[in-house]
Design a protein around this ligand. Sequence first.
Ligand code: Q46
Ligand code: ZN
Length: 310
Amino acid sequence: MKCRRCKAPALIDVRRHNAAFCAECFAHHCREQVRRAIDGFDMIHPGERVLVAVSGGKDSLGIWDLLVDLGYECDGLYLGLGIGEYSIASGRYARVFAASRGLRLVEVDIPEEYGFDIETAATTVRRSPCGACGLSKRHLFNHHALAGGYDVVVTGHNLDDEAGVLLGNVLRWDAPYLGRQYPVLPAAPGFVRKVKPLVRLSEREMAAYCVMRGIDYIVDECPMAEGNRHLAYKEALNALEQRSPGAKANFLFGFLERGHERFAGDAAEERAGLVACAVCGSPTTGEVCAFCRMGERVRHGAAPAPPRSH
Ligand code: Q46
Ligand code: ZN
C-alpha cells in the first residue's frame, strides 16, 4: 500500500476516498478536508476570533490542532461537567494539550459555578443525562462565546456524529431538527455562529490523526453515553459503510446539498419569537430559559443566581 500523494509506504487507507496516505500526507489530507469544509460552508472568515469547544477527546483536540495549523486564532473552552473520574481525566487532557501548544484554555466548572452536576440535574428534571448535558453545553458555549467577544464557536462533531444524528432525525421525520442540521448555524440576536469543520472527516480518521500527531486524548467513553440512541444509529451506518464505502458521506452530503433546504423553514420558525431569559439574557421561548430553570430546580427552588462570566 503506497501513499497516494508521495508514493512512500502508506500508514492508513481511507476507503471512501479510495486512497492511502503516509503520516505527513495524511495530516495534509485532514487539513484539506477541514479547509474545504470551512470554505464550502463559509464557516470562518479571516481575522475572526474562534472559540473551540474542548472536551479532551480526539475530535475537539484534533480540530483545535488543525485550525491552529491552518492559521486561525483560536482559544479553547472546557466545561467541567462533574461526571466523576471521567471529567477529572478529560480536563487533564485538555490542559496538557493547551499547555503543549501554548494555547489559551478557558475553563468553566459547572458544579462550582452553577451548583449542580449533570447526573443530579438529569435526575431532578427527569431528562436523560445526555439531554441535560447537551442543554448545558449549548447554553454555556454560546453564553461564554458572547461574553468573551468571540465571533464563532467550533464544535468537534465529525462525519460519523452528523450522519448518526441525521439518521435519527430521518427515522423520526423531525422537521425542525432536520432544518437545524447543517454544519453552520448562523449568528442571530443572542446567538453566536456555530460551525462544525470536521464534518468531512470520520471518527477513525480523527483517531488516526491524533495518534500520528502525538496528541494524547481521553479514550474512555463518557460513562453516561450508554443507552444513547445515537450509538445505535452510528452502528447501523458503520454496517452500511462496511458493505459500501462512502455510503455514510453520501447520506449526509446528499441531505446537505439536496434535502436540507426543504426543512430550513421549520427551524427558522422556531427561532422567531424568542425573548431574552429573565435571569441570564439568553434567547428563550418562555420567561426563564431551560438552563436557568434546570439550575433553579436542582438548587431546590432557590432563586437562580445570574451566571458569572469569565
Ligand atoms: S458528555 Fe454529556 Fe456526552 Fe456524556 S453526558 Fe452524554 S452528552 S455522553 S458527548
Ligand atoms: Zn437563562
